[in-house]
Design a protein around this ligand. Sequence first.
Ligand SMILES: Nc1nc2c(c(=O)[nH]1)N[C@H]1C(S)=C(S)[C@@H](COP(=O)(O)O)O[C@H]1N2
Ligand SMILES: [Mo]
Length: 423
Amino acid sequence: MAVTQDISSAPRQREPVSRRRFLTATAGVAGAAAAGRAYADTLADVPAREVGELLSGSSARSQYVAISRIPEAGPGMRNVDPTDAINSKTPLHKLMGSVTPSDLHYERSHAGIPSLDPAKHRLLIHGMAKKSLVLTMDDIKAMPSVSRIAFLECTGNGWENWKSADQNLTVQNTHGLISTHEWTGVPLSFLIDLIGKERGSTWMLAEGGDAAGVARSIPLTDEVMAEAIIAYGQNGEPLRPAHGFPLRLLIPGWEGNLSIKWLRRLKFGDQPFMTRWETARYTQLLANGKARQFQLVQEVNSVITAPSGMMQIKPGYNRITGLAWSGYGAISGVEISTDGGQSWKAAQLNHPALPKAQARFQMDWVWDGKPTKIVSRSTDDKGNVQPDRKAVIERMGTNALFHYNAQQSWSIDEKGMVRNVLA
Ligand SMILES: Nc1nc2c(c(=O)[nH]1)N[C@H]1C(S)=C(S)[C@@H](COP(=O)(O)O)O[C@H]1N2
Ligand SMILES: [Mo]
């Protein structure tokens, strides 16, 4: 039983995992074995070795592991006919570490998943530039590539809790529209140099090849110029069809909808193109009745994934763990409150906490069996602190739908049932 003193490799973040506390708090096998008490001298009770399955072309999950996404039709619309689903959420409470397996990556598709033949796919690049180009996938794959780990988050993540909290929601329901992957592709800046973009061009239109024709205008900030990727790889393999095969845009840290899937066109201009996706769709109705456009960065956020909604815990030792992320940079710290926000303690952050990627945090906790609420609050390296719900509502009102990054509270009743609550 290996209980490490400090799971992180970076010594600067030493919020120790207390070995003594773990051992004294856990009654049972781990405690007894580690304390040297004779518990079992043999493996007699363990099933005997058996002849294994044949080797195969790809490996599946264990039959003992039940883990899947859940398709939903929108805020408050669960358990619907699959034909009505608009997104499919990641099971955050069943994931480990900070990277999402590709098949569990959340999905948000406005008009289904087109089946695109890479041999026929083309990327047109044109507009305010010295020349236009039509590239094949072979052209693109022959270019210098980069790989980086980054989260992708639907700007609707959290929308379940804007107005009220359904106490039967799991963290998959409330926060399952985010995933983290290693992405591989060509830097946008490389393509921009190829076509000789005019200096006066400050915006780029990106258009998808799906039936919905999702298209968005992206301001060519220094950050976008340095970080945007025209991606064809995800977690070491070609993108899967649901996530944009054969080509998608990736703008790390910004609204997921800007990361256009099935990418077929980039157009350069000197102003936003005002597609319906930035007039009718991705706007925020503010309290004063005006709508805000182009709220692009995914704000600093975090959520406790265990214990979380619909789990049941027992009094005594419990490990709190969760994920934190910020579209502005790297997570620099996460605090946890186990008394509904009255007092806070620094959680341990697993390193490295990469910029614009999810970071795993954890903390020891001994639950005294009394009803309480647990909450997490993250801070990024740009100094942004995750707001509480009151601050979010004060700033945005309750008409908005996107960018809900309020601290998530889970209430725990005397039976140990964990429930989704507003604060
Ligand atoms: N062409 C196209 N691009 C798209 C979409 C789409 O429906 N069509 N959905 C967008 C939205 S709203 C999000 S959140 C992300 C989701 O990417 P994923 O399904 O790979 O998670 O892709 C974006 N890019
Ligand atoms: Mo989205």
